[in-house]
Design a protein around this ligand. Structure first.
Ligand SMILES: *Cc1c(COP(=O)(O)O)cnc(C)c1O
Length: 448
């Protein structure tokens, strides 16, 4: 297996050539094809004899890759796209070539040391104590779930007789909170937002106190969203923290997208209160210029997470000394050191470059909002708070939005699927890519 034959040597060249070309040139937008269509072209690629490296690479580069939308295209403003730095992407190749095991200190000390320094930067800018710590997990969904399981374990210790456990959050919180509740078999209390569309302590306190008075259910976690996925609105974290603390309830901040803004002075005050969080998450694969898939999950008191998540078995016992094993802090055991591309880029570029790149997204959102306000057919839904701009096209039905979006992708101009706000269709731009320019925005606006 380890023979680097002439054939492998040639494949290595081809792989490097393709990868470097992909990283150097403007990414194509591309788009999906049907399963039947792909099968008609490729047939079954898994065969007893194998296709050989060269041919299989060709299947990928000439067909499969073109049937995937590039999330780093400057006019892909859908959902939350991605914009890995060149350094992060290049280092991902190194990670792939290195067979690093990221579950334990024993096996991955050097890599885990580096991941922890990247986490430390996030801990520092969030204002959590030095003793805070965590782990990179696959995504915000796993991060939220892992943190909420710890929160419930703590609540169970304090209140052993509770029948139903409840998570309090807003209706705008991410779908992964509801998904976590489903996995955990707990309920969700969706609390109304205030006049600024933020979840705040007063509203949550009233809803929790009413629930605790009138039922046997008990809230074990308050989730504040630091940058809603749809509109980029940051909940009032300071009053949520206060409400949680007074009731001895775990305070979790879901900042999968928005907490990247911690490093941007122009929006940093929006996150005041995050320093009181018992746990928080932020996805470097969203707005911190790292490739998929990486979510930074941080606990104020990592010891509590370790009590919940450490796996015990005779074959794992050598791992349980005093060293820091990432597998102890979330629902996982074997893990890729997925925080390393983020670490490499952060270490190489320095944190100032991150501040500038995040501020660039915020600036672009503000400039775009101006263009939208001045556009005769468009209406801004909400003055952008972070880097998401939501707007409507006057007079359009949902079907017209969809047809416009389909045509935009068909013509390879951009990828902007419609979303909804208060039940009505909207369009939204999510800016995370420093290579997106105001000219790119204008190109899209000209089609509206
Ligand atoms: C994207 C997002 C998530 C989910 O993160 P994944 O990495 O996609 O699992 C959770 N919360 C918020 C606020 C998000 O924007």
């Amino acid at each position: 297996m380890h023979e680097f034959t002439q054939e492998v040597e040639e494949l290595a060249k081809a792989v490097m050539e393709y990868s470097l070309e992909r990283l150097k040139s403007n990414p194509p937008l591309d788009g999906p094809r049907s399963e039947q269509d792909l099968y008609a072209e490729l047939g079954n690629t898994i065969t007893p004899q194998g296709l050989g490296g060269k041919q299989t690479l060709k299947v990928f580069t000439e067909t499969l890759a073109l049937a995937c939308i590039s999330t780093d295209h400057p006019r892909n403003l859908a959902f939350i796209p991605s914009a890995p730095s060149e350094y992060a992407n290049l280092f991902d190749l190194v990670v792939g070539a290195s067979s690093l095991y990221g579950g334990s200190w024993q096996e991955g000390a050097g890599a885990v040391f580096a991941e922890n320094q990247a986490l430390k930067w996030l801990i520092d800018i969030a204002g959590l104590p030095k003793s805070a710590g965590g782990v990179f997990v696959q995504g915000g969904t796993m991060g939220n779930l892992s943190a909420l399981v710890v929160a419930r374990d703590q609540a169970r210790k304090a209140h052993p007789n509770v029948k139903r456990w409840v998570i309090a959050c807003s209706a705008e919180s991410h779908s992964s909170i509801t998904s976590a509740a489903h996995v955990m078999d707990v309920d969700v209390l969706k609390v109304a937002t205030n006049s600024e569309n933020r979840l705040d302590g007063a509203h949550v306190a009233a809803a929790i106190d009413e629930l605790h008075t009138n039922s046997d259910s008990r809230v074990f976690a308050i989730v504040g969203t630091a940058g809603t996925t749809n509109l980029g609105i940051v909940d009032d974290l300071a009053t949520l923290a206060d409400c949680a603390q007074k009731r001895q309830i775990w305070f979790h901040v879901d900042g999968a997208y928005g907490l990247a803004g911690l490093c941007a002075p122009s929006v940093r005050p929006l996150f005041n209160g995050v320093e009181h969080a018992d746990s928080f998450i932020v996805d470097p694969h969203k707005w911190l210029f790292a490739p998929y898939d990486a979510c930074a999950l941080v606990y104020r008191n990592p010891e509590l997470a370790r009590e919940t998540h450490t796996q015990h078995a005779s074959y794992l016992e050598t791992l349980h000394d005093d060293s820091w094993s990432p597998s102890d802090y979330a629902i996982h055991l074997t893990r890729r050191v997925r925080g390393l591309p983020f670490w490499f880029s952060l270490a190489a570029h320095g944190t100032n470059a991150y501040t500038e790149a995040v501020e660039e997204g915020i600036r672009l959102a503000k400039e775009s909002a101006k263009l939208i306000s001045a556009h005769p057919n468009l209406e801004l839904v909400y003055e952008p708070e972070l880097s998401i701009v939501a707007f409507t096209r006057k007079g359009w039905t949902a079907a017209q939005y969809q047809a416009w979006s389909d045509a935009l992708l068909e013509k390879q101009i951009g990828f902007i699927p419609p979303s909804k706000n208060l039940g009505e269709p909207i369009l939204r731009f999510a800016f995370v890519n420093p290579w997106t320019s105001l000219d790119d925005v204008q190109v899209i606006l000209d089609t509206l």
